[in-house]
Design a protein around this ligand. Structure first.
Ligand code: SIN
Length: 276
């Protein structure tokens, strides 16, 4: 018996999973049902959990191989299969990545040959206001485009670049230093077979084979659709939330929050495939 219940958020994606305790391992039947719910709703929210780092890793491993932090990203001696996302500072240095304020829409690690399949964030400390994470449904974003634009985009590749120090991009990254990868502008989800828009504001710089003017204009049109609030679920964090997202068909962004309040989340990534 799976036992849990599924409560859709009412937005374009996302469902809350209730009546499950992530401190204990899931049985095979529960896992099959959770995976199906994940593929249906793209983002799953588990409220009021009280899990250790080991619990979080064990839960993540139910869904694939975990990808953790680079050595320089986790200097507190904790388990490097987990990455900290935090503005807390020790000796003046943030203890985690992506520390402060707003973070533009992106898909995780799309600047690598094999971007993450998905990821899970667990909330340890949350500011009294702000810092909500917005998740956008890229199936819906693609489906909402005019057919001619869908056809044009389906034949295009896009270059994705990222500098780990940047959360709000204002210009081009230096590709000599910043990791980058070229991927289809529209990807096919390997499990559902559905098409998802696969360009984002933080990391996608240009379409291959278009001149700069055409590329910028097209990117502007497509990003407006990707970020249309009709496709978005906004998660208001509480301590003890675990949120997992399918990185192949969603993108996410963070809203600003007070710099003098602590925010600490633990993230585990799941290894992905090369998009097609
Ligand atoms: C992330 O993009 O992994 C971090 C999102 C957040 O801090 O809300």
């Amino acid at each position: 018996m799976t036992g849990f219940s599924i409560h859709p958020t009412g937005a374009a994606l996302g469902a809350e999973i209730r009546d499950i305790d992530l401190r204990t391992p899931c049985d095979a039947e529960t896992l099959v049902a959770l995976r199906a719910a994940w593929l249906d709703h793209l983002v799953l929210v588990f409220r009021d959990q009280n899990i250790t780092e080991d619990d979080q890793i064990r839960f993540a491993e139910h869904f694939g191989e975990t990808v953790g932090a680079r050595s320089k990203d986790r200097t507190d001696g904790g388990d490097r299969r987990l990455m900290l996302i935090s503005n807390i500072r020790e000796n003046g240095e943030p203890i985690g990545l992506l520390p402060d304020g707003e973070l533009m829409f992106h898909s995780d690690s799309v600047f690598l040959e094999k971007p993450l399949l998905g990821a899970m964030l667990y909330a340890e400390e949350i500011p009294s206001t702000g810092g909500n994470t917005m998740f956008a449904n890229m199936y819906d974003a693609f489906d909402a485009l005019p057919e001619k634009l869908q056809e044009r985009l389906s034949g295009l590749q896009a270059v994705n670049v990222f500098d780990y120090e940047t959360q709000v991009r204002t210009g081009r990254f230096d590709r000599a230093k910043a990791p980058h990868a070229t991927h289809p502008a529209v990807r096919t989800h390997p499990e559902t077979g559905r098409k998802a828009l696969y360009v984002n504001r933080l990391m996608t710089e240009e379409f291959v084979g278009l001149d700069a003017g055409d590329s910028d204009a097209l990117l502007g049109t497509v990003l407006a659709q990707a970020e249309n609030m009709d496709h978005v679920y906004e998660h208001v964090w509480r301590v003890g939330d675990l949120v997992m997202w399918d990185n192949r068909c969603t993108q996410h962004a963070r809203k600003d929050f007070p710099g003098n309040e602590r925010r600490l989340l633990r993230r585990v990534g799941l290894e992905g495939d090369r998009p097609y």
